[in-house]
Design a protein around this ligand. Structure first.
Ligand code: DSN
Length: 433
């Protein structure tokens, strides 16, 4: 059942309490490979469930628009100071509600509608808020994009420089959501300086690796760094903006009153707790293990004939092109979910298929690493993925997955996974039945 226990919720609203327990159990019994997800500690869970949710605090510590900030001010100050210390930044704003508003605040701080931005194209591994045509950032600004090279699956910094010199963007964004290789922040900074652009580093996916020393930091290179707090960083759902002292004021004004109202104080407290956890020596081991596990999983998948974009990974994330397996990402992801392996279908660079039914899968190691799984288990996981993808390919359609033969085979794998995971405790769940 869910831990901490929710007896009052169970009494007041058994329907929702039942669903909370069901989700806790689902998370316990599945191999969770969505690279942007994790398991937070019980301390972080507790912080998110406190009376801090009752308080409005528009403004910043010492300058609020509501009374009664005697406790909230120190909480937000502690969170910001911990963020600055952990990442070595001059300034931290811990109020953004999540990654998209954090990025939007940066646009508001530095750009006016119609300005050009240079960022990674969404189908190449970028993010919606990096100028996708369906996002406000693509509708109100003028995005130009870089991608990866077809032969290498990697960003070529000469290509980025060439586009920047041609298009003269006002802002360059480094980072994305499906990048399996090291992001060259220093090279991005050099290009940004050359063309007089602001550099925004979106390190949402890799913030925990940066904190744990397993990926080079963008701090010291980028003018502004945006990050969510709930991915590899292993905090509550939220976000932060880090900046140089020069940009502190304009960033703060953009977040509030520019874009948002009152900060979510229970989230701020939980961010502070997560940042304290991330500053402990054990977090360095976690970050190193995240990368080691992703690489072990990648090797085991390559041995089973899977085609990895860029041939492997430097970080927590793997992008698999399933074209050679004769099955689409969507059918494979659905089959894997039934088999107890949770990941997401994803476009691969130069994907000929549509985003809602693309050629690839995106997977990663943060959550399984938090559970304590290691290199040996990564080989088991690769075997199960291989088996489930083969079932999906034989079935050939979503409808056929529920027929007795594929469904039985997928249920067999799910049973083996449940068995394995009983040996790996999960914060947020206690086995009771
Ligand atoms: N939705 C996040 C991800 O899964 O990568 C990005 O915002």
């Amino acid at each position: 059942m869910h831990e901490p226990a929710v007896p009052h919720l169970a009494a007041a609203d058994p329907e929702i309490a039942g669903l909370v327990h069901a989700e806790a159990r689902r998370q316990f019994e599945k191999i969770r490979l969505i690279p942007s997800e994790n398991y937070v500690s019980t301390a972080v869970l507790e912080a998110t469930g406190t009376v801090l949710t009752n308080k409005y605090s528009e403004g910043y510590a010492g300058k609020r628009y509501y009374e009664g900030q005697q406790v909230i001010d120190p909480i937000e100050t502690i969170a910001a100071e911990r963020a600055k210390a952990l990442f070595g930044a001059d300034h931290a704003n811990v109020q953004p509600y999540s990654g998209s508003p954090a990025n939007l605040a940066v646009y508001l701080a530095f750009l006016t509608p119609g300005d050009t931005i240079l960022s990674m194209d969404l189908p190449m591994g970028g993010h919606l808020t990096h100028g996708s045509p369906v996002s406000i950032t693509g509708k109100w600004f003028r995005p130009v994009h870089y991608g990866v090279r077809r032969e290498t699956g990697r960003v070529d910094m000469d290509d980025v420089r060439e586009i920047a010199l041609r298009e003269r963007p006002k802002m360059i964004i480094a980072g994305g959501t499906a990048i399996p290789r090291t992001i060259e922040f220093a090279a991005f900074a050099e290009i940004a300086r050359e063309v007089g652009a602001i550099l925004l580093a979106d390190m949402a996916h890799i913030a925990g690796l940066v904190a744990g020393g397993a990926h080079p930091t963008p701090v010291g290179h980028a003018d502004v760094v945006s990050t969510t707090t709930h991915k590899t960083l292993r905090g509550p759902r939220g976000a932060m903006l880090l900046s140089t002292a020069e940009h502190a004021k304009v960033i703060d004004k953009a977040v509030f009153p520019g874009l948002q109202g009152g900060p979510h104080n229970h989230t701020t407290a939980a961010i502070a707790v997560a940042l304290k956890e991330a500053s402990q020596p054990s977090f360095k081991d976690y970050a190193a293990n995240v990368v080691a596990n992703a690489q072990a999983l990648g090797e085991a998948l390559l041995e089973r004939g899977f085609d990895l974009v860029s041939g492997g990974t430097d970080n927590h994330l793997l992008l698999v092109d399933l074209t050679n397996k004769g099955v689409t990402g969507k059918i494979a992801a659905k089959a894997l979910d039934a088999a107890g392996v949770e990941l997401n279908f994803n476009t691969v660079p130069f994907d000929p298929r549509r985003p809602f039914d693309p050629s690839g899968l995106r997977l990663g190691s943060p959550a399984v690493t938090t559970r304590g799984l290691g290199a040996k288990e990564m080989v088991h996981i690769a075997t199960w993925i291989d088996e489930a993808v083969a079932v999906a390919a034989r079935a050939g359609s979503l409808d056929a997955l529920v027929e007795p033969e594929p469904a039985g085979e997928l249920a067999r794998i799910a049973g083996e996974i449940r068995e394995l995971l009983t040996g790996f405790p999960m914060p947020g769940y206690v086995v009771q039945d």
